[in-house]
Design a binder for this molecule. Structure first.
Ligand code: C2E
Ligand code: MG
Ligand code: MG
Ligand code: MG
Length: 288
């Protein structure tokens, strides 16, 4: 973990270096409770996926991002930031990640079959999943079992995940794309991707991090970064999307700069599947 602290403990004249998480040390009991609740949550069917529309600049629906939620029996609907780190630390993320993939693939199949939306569903990956040997094989197995073609699924991973495993990342990405999946780099601009590596990786899309979009239109630095990412994506032949679009001014600027796709509160919040379907119907009704 990034903010892992280190302390030195000396015993019997020998130096022991121990690592501990400050958050864990402060809330050891809380984390223990959360961990055991998380371990049961899958069996108890407490996880749900919400879906946020992804639109092209001209307003067409081009995808939906699956965002994990935990319907906690006491604490209500929890966002991933409240539990993903704990799930990673206790290795529950592999099972949870596979549940997400399975659930998103089943949703994609349902929406395609019922002709609700013939668009890919974007799935966020955790570092644990991506770095697992044979990950592409797991994806192939899950999609095969559900009879879902690879092009109905898009994977979102972060710069950090790519750079942490730069030796194996190209082969894993190649195997995933051979299955038909497309690959996006999430939160782009916040990590430390070597630009040399970026050109070597088989990728489809860069998603500009919402922290830059949030500072538009006022912040000239953010504006320069966003424009540079859009131009770089264009030069590399990648699609480019902006996250966290909240107002019309931001949308107009991004469209003017040549951004291909957008996502954010202005265009549609993350919604439960039934709500997403109602939203789609209403949109079509409104357009007709
Ligand atoms: P992300 O993939 O970058 O997703 C975007 C986050 O921004 C989501 O938060 C979304 O609800 C939120 N958002 C959407 N539009 C707006 C907007 O206009 N303004 C603002 N301020 N926020 C907006 P959420 O759902 O809480 O997810 C947080 C993060 O958790 C995600 O960031 C992703 O990294 C991770 N995550 C979500 N689902 C999964 C999953 O199934 N597996 C894994 N490994 N990670 C997940
Ligand atoms: Mg994402
Ligand atoms: Mg993001
Ligand atoms: Mg993120």
């Amino acid at each position: 973990h990034a903010d892992t602290a280190m302390y030195l403990a000396k015993s019997r004249g020998r130096a022991n270096y121990q690592f501990f998480e400050p958050a864990l040390a402060q809330n050891a009991y809380d984390e223990l409770v959360l961990e055991s609740e998380l371990a049961q949550a899958l069996e108890r069917d407490e996880f749900v996926l919400h879906y946020q529309p992804q639109l092209s600049t001209d307003g067409a629906l081009i995808g939906a991002e699956a965002l994990l939620r935990w319907q906690h029996p006491q604490r209500g609907l929890l966002s991933p930031d409240a539990f993903i780190d704990v799930a990673e630390r206790h290795r529950l993320m592999l099972a949870l990640g596979e549940w997400v993939m399975r659930s998103a693939a089943a949703q994609a199949r349902d929406w395609h079959q019922r002709e609700i939306a013939a668009v890919p569903i974007a799935v966020n990956l955790s570092r644990m999943q991506f770095h697992l040997e044979g990950f592409a094989g797991t994806v192939a197995r899950v999609l095969g079992e559900l009879h879902v073609p690879g092009h109905w699924i898009e994977l979102e991973l972060t710069e950090r995940m790519l750079m942490d495993d730069i030796a194996n990342a190209p082969a894993t990405l190649k195997a995933l794309r051979a299955l038909g999946l497309s690959v996006s780099v999430d939160d782009f601009g916040t990590g430390y991707t070597s630009l040399a590596h970026l050109t070597q990786l088989p990728l489809d899309k860069l998603k500009i991090d919402q922290s830059f979009v949030a500072k538009l239109p006022a912040d000239v630095g953010a504006a320069a970064i966003v424009q540079a990412i859009i131009q770089m994506a264009d030069g590399l032949g990648l699609r480019v999307s902006a996250e966290g679009v909240r107002n019309g001014e931001q949308r107009a600027l991004l469209a003017g700069w040549g951004c291909d796709e957008m996502q954010g509160e202005l265009l549609g919040a993350p919604m439960a599947p039934a709500e997403f379907e109602r939203w789609l119907l209403h949109r079509h009704g409104a357009a007709a």
